[in-house]
Write a protein that binds this ligand. Structure first.
Ligand code: V55
Ligand code: FE
Length: 491
């Protein structure tokens, strides 16, 4: 995830533009597969007005949603800011009135009580509706045709947590969504509420648990039987927030925690496993087989985010901010509260990645992510010196064969998160396309690359005539999942 802070700098390629745009038919090189009928939707952001404090987190940028619509071998583009309460009240004031990342005590008095979420982390489609997500607030519903903001969504009152994760999961066998909110009953609260939401969008099951300490639970994993809840070392409490600090401090003396409980239970079976310092952000997938639970995840060695300070005052250590493809194994039959960790590939990777989502919770062998391939050229003269190795390649990891293959995007390019698009009519794992945006740092414009997900050869490229704001997460949805044909015809 080198890319999250690389690409939210306030200068150069990601300098704020306050720009919203639309292109009816984008410039294309190569070809656009005609079976791609759907949308690639991305969420990220930029600071519309500069941060109030220079040490604010790039994760606090104003949410922006953009959409590449694929149909009949052509691609259109649209991008808009999410009209959060923060965006609206800042625009009225003409400046940023909100303080540090998730610390309302540092906001201006004028916006006391205003929800400060930036909704800048991920898009979600469920029950035919589109949302933007940030883990400190409820989902915000977005019109999938216009990208206009509709408003906060609490599932007709069924969702009782004040917050909603940016990483919901789906059981591909039922279409049910599993999701949670942490700090569920207010700032720095130790409540986590888990929900199953059925495929019609109704809350069907709730589990309330407490965490041993309040930490970022950015993602979780789902199996056919269990939910897996990883968090580590990031810490907050009201005292720290009242003292005007940024929401998270890194305390390496705290144990890394992974909780496991039945997904259909009442939380009383929740077990906490403990381990050494790691930074848990995203997961790939997980499975339960008998008493054995396995988790595949690109976890880091230590504090990944330089803007969340080490509580012991030590400087941020980039050598620990390395992610790898890792496998974690838990034995629910044993009383032992530890896990085993295997690092499956020694290539350092960016922890934003994807699996073929049709295999979520199921046995699965392919994982996709981005990485910095240092054997490939970088044209510093044209692209400028970024100060670190550019994230220039996609990786495809075949876990069964222990094999990694890659795709190189170009010698002036930096890639954002990769997304997987299944090939229509094929149910084979990993058969489809990889898509994602690339920043051409020399031409100062954004491209969308389309790559064969098996051979990793380029198929086509879409050129935007401008640099788009940074992306955190992006996903593909087929047109039917959003009822797009009908909604576009009505608009
Ligand atoms: C992450 C991202 C966030 C956030 C907390 O990637 C954690 C991890 C983009 O916002 O608020
Ligand atoms: Fe994320």
């Amino acid at each position: 995830m080198v890319q999250i802070f690389e690409e939210t700098l306030d200068q150069g390629f990601f300098a704020p533009q306050r720009f919203e745009g639309e292109i009816a038919d984008c410039e294309v090189a190569g070809s656009i597969p005609s079976d791609m009928d759907g949308v690639f939707i991305r969420v990220g952001g930029e600071f519309y007005y500069p941060p109030k404090f220079p040490n604010d987190a790039p994760l606090h940028s104003d949410g922006y949603i953009s959409k590449f619509r694929f149909k009949d071998g052509r691609v259109s583009y649209q991008g808009k800011f999410v009209r959060t309460p923060r965006y609206q009240s800042n625009l009225a004031a003409g400046r940023n009135q909100f303080g540090l990342y998730r610390n309302p005590f540092t906001d201006d008095d004028a916006v006391k009580g205003v929800n400060g979420t930036v909704s800048n982390t991920a898009p979600m489609v469920h029950a035919g509706r589109l949302f933007t997500l940030k883990e400190d607030a409820l989902p915000i519903e977005i019109d999938p045709v216009t990208l206009d903001t509709i408003g906060f969504h609490d599932f007709d009152g069924g969702w009782k947590s004040e917050t909603f994760t940016a990483h919901p999961k789906w059981d591909p066998l039922t279409g049910d969504m599993y999701a949670f909110g942490y700090e569920a009953t207010g700032l720095a609260s130790d409540d986590v509420f888990f929900y199953r939401v059925d495929k019609h969008g109704n809350v069907a099951h709730e589990i309330r648990i407490k965490v041993p300490y309040v930490s970022v639970i950015h993602d979780f994993a789902l199996t056919q039987e269990h939910v897996i809840i990883p968090f580590a070392c990031y810490y907050t409490d009201m005292e720290q927030l009242r003292a005007g600090k940024i929401h998270w401090q890194w305390d390496r003396t705290l144990p890394s925690m992974i909780g496991i409980m039945r997904r259909d239970g009442d939380g009383s079976d929740l077990r906490w496993f403990r381990g050494p310092e790691r930074c848990f952000m995203h997961v790939f997938n997980a499975q339960s087989v008998g008493n054995t639970v396995t988790l595949l995840a690109p976890f880091y060695n230590g504090n990944f985010f330089p803007f969340f300070p080490n509580i012991d005052g030590s400087p941020w250590d980039p050598s620990r901010a390395q992610g790898f493809v890792r496998k974690y194994t838990f034995d629910l039959g044993s009383r032992d509260d530890s896990w085993t960790e295997e690092t499956l590939f020694d290539t350092p990777i960016v922890d934003l990645g994807k699996i073929d989502h049709r295999f979520m919770t199921l046995p699965q062998r392919i994982a996709f992510t981005t990485f910095a391939d240092q054997t490939k050229p970088f044209d510093r003269e044209r692209a400028g010196d970024t100060g670190r190795a550019p994230v220039n390649s996609y990786a495809r990891f075949d876990l069964a064969e222990g094999k990694m293959t890659s795709f190189f995007a170009g010698d002036t390019h930096s890639l954002q998160e990769v997304s997987f698009v299944p090939r229509r009519g094929s149910s084979e794992e990993g058969d489809g396309y990889l898509i994602g945006t690339a920043s051409d740092l020399a031409e100062m414009r954004t491209e969308l690359v389309i790559v064969d997900a098996q051979g990793l050869e380029e198929i086509g490229r879409v050129y935007l005539p401008f640099r788009s704001s940074t992306q955190v997460h992006g996903y593909w949805w087929d047109a039917e999942e959003l009822g797009l044909a009908e909604k576009e015809a009505q608009a």
